[in-house]
Design a protein around this ligand. Structure first.
Ligand SMILES: [Zn+2]
Length: 469
């Protein structure tokens, strides 16, 4: 069987592969892989579909290493919520009122939203697994969406509500039987678009016995662990938990630590020494009360972070906004330090290229797939985004990397390929009945809000001050 061939002709290629760099040229896709990249590939007429890329920037698909896709079904609701309002409402009230069908719909919506914005790969930290049927539905949605995903089984939000709201009971729950079930049923292989991971609770919201058991299972199964750690003034999170993991020999390069806002330089060094990946989710961290995105501290310790959206019921799902936050916030903090010392910044330390790397190759590294995706390199999977450089927001696109980071938006994302298959073409997602999706999403979200007794604009009162007054 001959595989399909597609050539993207005459694009401005931003490969994010140091051996290839940037060039104006052609990229050949054969089947699911990138076969060749060059200034002018010699391809016989009629042997490949030709896509005119002469008005495009061609770049690797973005990788989001920490996102809760199913929450797309409730987006907008949490935009003015703090982290703790989100814990009380989402974990305690809304998530328990989501059905398996809601998980299917929310995960579908979240995955398609990501693909539309050029995110071809995601670690889906999916922590609303109230029943096995919820889990089956989320996995089915990921598979049908066409996105490259690590399904991070994250247990049940309803059970975790007890951990995250006062009086902060420490978790002793085990999700091990379910993880073993889905490993057997859906993830017998570690290749392909959909692979298995663990959205673990970690030491900030469970006991060390649970941590040890979760780590042992993940390592037995050879899957990555993604945890929330070192954020906000969590009653449990204020302890030096990275230090505890370090002392127990539990750090390793199979770990993704999300947020890390309040960790110390010593802890960043422990992570760097062990090869732990760090995900910053700058927009919701700034807005909801996690703490500043710790980008400068991570870089100082030698960790190049990756970028996630995280809570897509509070913030939007496109990587461009996230990259701009990841660039502006550390620059702002750095500039402020200098200004307070009566100095004006002359050079800016972080660049657009840096954050584009965070959102592509570093994300691929975090999910353990840097040999597969994250850059445009012959032999890697053809996970590719084509951004229109002739869009009104982009012209004249003098510097393609600056244009991607500062001027592009999902509206400029023209074509998206995952493993060589087009999922978006000419600005439109393929094979998606948008009217039907819209109708079902509106109906389902209304039902969830009704069952939870919540409406748009509502926010929970603080249980601590509320009872006292
Ligand atoms: Zn998260």
């Amino acid at each position: 069987m001959t595989s399909t061939r597609t050539v993207l002709r005459g694009g401005h290629i931003v490969s994010m592969d140091p051996n290839i760099g940037e060039l104006v040229g052609d990229l050949l896709i054969e089947g699911s892989t990138i076969a060749a990249i060059g200034p002018e590939l010699n391809i016989a007429d009629g042997s490949a579909e030709v896509i005119d890329a002469s008005r495009h920037i061609v770049l690797p698909g973005f990788i989001d290493s920490h996102r809760h896709l199913f929450q797309a079904l409730l987006r907008g609701l949490a935009s003015d919520w703090s982290l703790f309002q989100y814990f009380v409402s989402m974990f305690g009230m809304l998530a328990p009122n989501m059905t398996p069908e809601d998980m299917y719909l929310g995960t579908t919506l979240g995955a398609l939203d990501a693909l539309d914005a050029g995110v071809t790969g995601v670690f889906d930290y999916s922590h609303n697994q109230s029943t096995p049927e919820h889990t089956d539905a989320a996995i089915r949605a990921l598979r049908n969406s066409g996105i490259r995903a690590v399904f991070g089984y994250g247990g049940s939000m309803a059970e975790q509500a007890e951990i995250l709201v006062p009086p902060f009971k420490s978790a002793t729950l085990s999700n091990q039987a379910e993880i073993r079930r889905i490993r057997r049923q859906y993830f017998s292989s570690d290749s392909g678009l959909l692979t298995l991971g663990m959205g673990a609770r970690g030491p900030d919201s469970s006991t060390m016995d649970v941590v040890r058991a979760d780590w042992a299972l993940a390592r037995e199964l050879g899957i990555r662990i993604n945890i929330h750690i070192g954020m906000a003034a969590l009653d449990l999170g204020s302890r030096p938990n990275v230090t505890r993991l370090h002392k127990e020999g539990l750090l390793g390069d199979d770990l993704i630590f999300s947020h890390c806002n309040l960790l110390t330089d010593d802890e960043f060094r422990m992570m760097a020494d062990a090869g732990v990946s760090a995900t910053v989710t700058p927009e919701d961290e700034c807005a909801m009360g996690h703490g500043w995105p710790p980008i400068a501290g991570l870089l100082k310790a030698g960790i190049r972070p990756n970028i996630g959206i995280d809570t897509c019921m509070a913030v939007g799902g496109d990587p461009f906004t996230a990259m701009r936050f990841a660039l502006a916030v550390p620059r702002g903090l750095d500039n402020q330090t200098m200004l307070e010392a009566h100095e004006n910044p002359w050079e800016l330390k972080l660049t657009a290229r840096d954050v584009l790397g965070f959102a592509t190759i570093e994300g691929a590294r975090a999910i353990g797939q840097e040999a597969t995706t994250g850059s445009l390199s012959p032999g890697k999977q053809a996970d590719i985004v084509m951004i229109r450089s002739d869009h009104i927001s982009m012209i004249p696109a003098i510097d393609p990397i600056a244009s991607i980071v500062h001027h592009a938006s999902r509206h400029t994302v023209d074509h998206v390929y995952v493993a060589g298959t087009a999922v978006k073409r000419d600005g439109r997602l393929l094979g998606v009945d948008m009217a039907e999706l819209n109708r079902r999403a509106i109906a389902a979200s209304e039902q969830i809000l009704r069952r939870a007794g919540v409406q748009a604009g509502w926010a929970p009162k603080n249980p601590q001050t509320h009872h006292a007054s």
